[in-house]
Ligand binder design. Sequence first.
Ligand code: ATP
Ligand code: SF4
Ligand code: MG
Length: 334
Amino acid sequence: MSTVTDSLLKVSNLAIEFDTDEGQVRAVDDISFSVQAGQTLGIVGESGCGKSVTALSLMRLLPQPMGQIVSGSIEFEGKNLAQASIKEMEKIRGARIGMVFQEPMTALNPVKTIGKQLIESLLLHTKMSADKAIQAAVAMLDRVGIPSPDIRIAEYPHQLSGGMRQRVVIAMALICRPSLLIADEPTTALDVTVQAQILELLKELQDEMGMSVMLITHDLGVIAETCESVVVMYAGKVAETGTVYDIFDKPYHPYTRGLLNSIPRLDSPSKSVLNTIEGMVPGLLDLPSGCRFQNRCPHADETCTARAPTLDARSATHEVSCHHWLNLAPHKVS
Ligand SMILES: Nc1ncnc2c1ncn2[C@@H]1O[C@H](COP(=O)(O)OP(=O)(O)OP(=O)(O)O)[C@@H](O)[C@H]1O
Ligand code: SF4
Ligand SMILES: [Mg+2]
C-alpha cells in the first residue's frame, strides 16, 4: 500500500465558493484526498456533486471572478497550487498537469489545426526545436491511434469524428508528458465501443509514462475497471473514500450503496431493471442543515437532520461520512 509520502497530489480541506445573483454558494466544502504516484484515483458522484469544479480548481481555472478557492491547500510537486501565482500556474498547466476537459471542444481551438495546437504546447513548455516538435506531435497522434498522423496533423478539429477528436484531446493533454492527468468524463460523449478503446488507451499511456491519473466519472463501472482508489462525492462533500476494494466490497455510506445498486447488471435478472436512488442532489441554495443526503437516505433520523456527519476512519484506507455507518453492516452489493 502507498504511504502519504508517495502522494503526487494532496488536497486538504479544499472549499470553493461561487458568487451568484442569489448570493454566495459553496460548491465544494472541506474535501481532502490524495493521488498517489503512478496510480489512478476515481472521483465519482451524480451530476452537480462538484467533480468538475474540484478539477478546475486544481488547475486554477475556476470561472472568474465568480469562482474562488476560499480555503484549503493543493500540494503538488512541492507547491501549494491554491496559492500559486498566475506565472507559476502557466508553467504547470499543460506541462506538469494535463487535463482532458468534460467538453472536448472547449479544449481544442476550432480555428487552428490540431498539429499547430500540439506544437504550440511543446514550444511553450519545452526547449524543443520546431522540427523536433513536429516529429513529436506526429508521434503522439500516432500513439493515441490517429491513422495517417502525418496527414491528419494538418486537419482542424471539426474534420474529426467524436472518437478521433477525443484521442486528439488526450494527445494535447499528454504531449508534454505531465506527471498528473486529470480526465473529466473522458468517454461520456462516446459510444460504448469507443469508450472502452479510449479507457484502454489511457491505461496503456499511463503505464508507459508512469503518470498519475485523476479520473472523474459518474460511472462506477468505469472506476472498477481503471482505478486503485475512489472518492465518492455528494453535494460538494466527500461521502466515502477508500481503495477500490473498500468501496466495492465493503461500502458503508448509503449513497455509495445506492450508486453501486444503480450499476446495470446483465448477469442478474433482478438487476436487469436499473435501480436508481430516488430524489435529487439538493441545489447549493437549498442545502439542508445536517447530512446533505438526508432527504434520500433510508436510514435518516433526527441525528442526521440535527448535525452534519464528519469523515470517520474505518481503516487506514477507508473513510465514511455517516452518523450511522457503524450500525450499517458491511455490505457487498450483489
Ligand atoms: N459558474 C458557476 N456559478 C455558480 N455555480 C456553479 C458554477 N459552476 C458550477 N456551479 C455549481 O457547482 C456545483 C458543482 O458543479 P460541477 O460542475 O462541479 O458538478 P459535476 O459533479 O461536475 O456534475 P456533472 O456530472 O454534471 O459534470 C453545481 O451545483 C453547479 O451548479
Ligand atoms: S448521516 Fe444519516 S442521512 Fe446521512 S447518510 Fe448517514 S444515515 Fe443517511
Ligand atoms: Mg462535471
